[in-house]
Write a protein that binds this ligand. Structure first.
Ligand code: F6P
Length: 519
């Protein structure tokens, strides 16, 4: 039986459609490092009970236990998805030695570099899950004091790595090549540029200034990187969930090993909350149910993430990969399609910039989109009045989306300034806000390593729970392979002498020929 035909789904769907959407009930969940306010999501006792029944039908408890115990949570690749082991103070026995060993190697490397005053700068070369997490965290926690400058280059267009290297001292820069597979085109191409940069600058032993972070140690050795400069990760952690592994090395180099430990501690605390909190008070699970109601029942195609703190600017692309690479699929365990809409398109921007960019659409487009607002209570700067402006705008936008503005309210406004009644009525039509637009508010007491770790783990477990609800695998990404294969074929054809593949569509054929001819 498909999900959409199951009794639990039918009950959940009916409850979501009839639930209260005017925010009349205060619904705040306390979790480690943060508070989650779901008051502006569709809510009712029946919806809460139907959500619990749906999770039960989807064997959520067993799936969650398997996630923490190293079961085949990634069931198309028959692997664990054991990112929780990476941050546990006591990792499961099966992987404890490997996890604690690499964690200590990372700490020791950073301590030695700190003691020797080595590497004033770090050039981090990774992409996707080997880039967004470190990029997000080093930017978000910069206010805690940077010990080194970390530059990131991910795109293969070479402008990215050139920009990242500009004005760096090659003699005082550590190059990190971060790639779980060590076969991804971009980091390897950028590594070639960076190693040439070191050589051309006369660095005595360039390869000694290069570190690799990978699950493919052999490939790193083949690149000439010495074993003591290779930090290992494993294929039982997905790339977009690997921030907690040695992929976090640039975080520790930039902010200190203790800060990286606090990041892990925050995520581990959220793990315990997710594992043991009763369902009604389980932040990731309740956030997941609200998201499934919005996407699969209430018809919202996307999800907006609006961190009202410019330090969290990169949480948007980090969440885009986490959510869309995990949930942008339809095939279930037996290969049949899920039958209801699954992973939303995720987009967003820091607030208040987002208000001056796309909030018009959120308020008055026919559909709109749910919004995750993220707010830090303490400013971590001296301008308390500016922080009040930020908080006021965040709360006001949520309230406006929820409450809306009726035609009668709009007419009262326009009649006060327009003497012509017909024109006042016309203008009022343009000022109506539908309202009833869902949002969540995540409030951190302040932005620090612990609260940030908890926040990122909240999203990871929300995504996992939505995968369970939809019956899809949040830990594989078959959809990214096809384009890579076609790219390899086109690269060959761009060599003007290469034989032309007949299979290209007319446009692709035209541009390959045009560019190949340009030579
Ligand atoms: O985008 C596809 C993907 O495989 C991601 O899942 C991954 O995070 C990224 O490419 C980089 O992969 P790797 O760390 O193996 O270079």
């Amino acid at each position: 039986m498909s999900l959409s035909q199951s009794p639990a789904w039918q009950r959940f769907r009916a409850a979501a459609l009839s639930a209260d959407r005017n925010g009349s009930e205060l619904r705040i969940i306390d979790a480690p490092g943060l508070r989650l306010d779901l008051s502006a999501q569709a809510g009712s006792d029946e919806l809460r009970e139907a959500g619990a029944a749906l999770l039960a039908q989807q064997d959520f408890d067993a799936a969650r236990a398997a996630l923490f115990d190293g079961g085949p949570a990634n069931w198309t690749e028959q692997r664990p998805a054991w990112h929780t082991a990476l941050r546990s103070p006591e990792p499961p026995a099966m992987v404890a030695r490997a996890v604690l060993g690499e964690r200590e190697r990372l700490r020791q490397f950073v301590r030695e570099a700190d003691a020797a005053g080595r590497y004033r700068c770090v050039l981090h070369l990774g992409i996707g899950g080997s880039d967004w997490g470190p990029r997000l965290v080093t930017r978000a926690l910069r206010h805690e004091g940077l010990r080194r400058e970390v530059r990131f280059a991910s795109n293969v267009d070479s402008h990215a790595v050139a920009d990242a290297m500009s004005r760096l001292d090659p003699h005082d820069t550590l190059v990190i090549v971060a790639s779980k597979s060590f076969t991804t085109t971009e980091p390897l191409a950028n590594a070639e540029v960076a190693m040439n940069w070191l050589r051309e600058a006369g660095v005595a032993d360039p390869v000694r200034q290069v570190v690799a972070i990978t699950a493919n140690v052999e490939a790193a050795l083949d690149l000439g990187i010495s074993p003591d400069r290779i930090f290992q990760m494993w294929d039982w952690v997905g790339g977009r969930y690997s921030l907690w592994s040695a992929i976090g090395l640039p975080i520790a180099l930039a902010l200190g090993a203790d800060t990286f430990d606090r990041l892990l501690a925050g995520a581990a605390a959220m793990d315990e909350h997710f594992r043991h909190a009763p369902l009604a008070a389980n932040a990731p699970a309740q956030m997941a149910l609200a998201g499934v109601a919005n996407r699969s029942v209430l018809g919202y195609d996307s999800l907006v993430i609006a961190p009202y703190d410019s330090r969290l600017y990169h949480i948007v692309p980090w969440a885009q990969q986490l959510e869309m690479e995990s949930l942008g699929k339809v095939a279930t365990r037996d290969g049949s399609p899920c039958g209801v809409p699954t992973g939303p398109a995720v987009w967003g921007m820091s607030g208040t910039d987002c208000q001056h960019t796309f909030f018009q659409w959120l308020h008055q487009d026919a559909a709109g989109a749910p919004v995750d607002f993220i707010l830090c209570e303490q400013p971590d700067h001296a301008y308390a009045c500016h922080h009040e402006l930020l908080i006021a705008n965040c709360l006001a936008q949520r309230a406006a989306l929820l409450r809306g503005k009726t035609y009668e309210e709009a007419l009262a406004e326009t009649s006060a300034v327009e003497s012509d009644p017909a024109r006042a009525r016309l203008l009022a039509r343009h000022r109506v806000h539908p309202g009833g637009r869902p949002s969540s508010l995540i409030v951190l007491p302040r932005l620090d390593a612990y609260t940030l770790g908890a926040l990122l783990a909240l999203y990871e477990h929300k995504v996992f729970t939505q995968g369970v609800l939809w019956g899809i695998n949040p830990f594989d990404q078959w959809g990214v392979e096809f384009g890579k294969t076609l790219a390899k074929n086109i690269i060959k054809e761009l060599d003007a002498c290469a034989p032309q593949a007949p299979s290209q569509d007319p446009s692709t054929r035209y541009w390959i020929d045009a560019i190949a001819r340009r030579g």
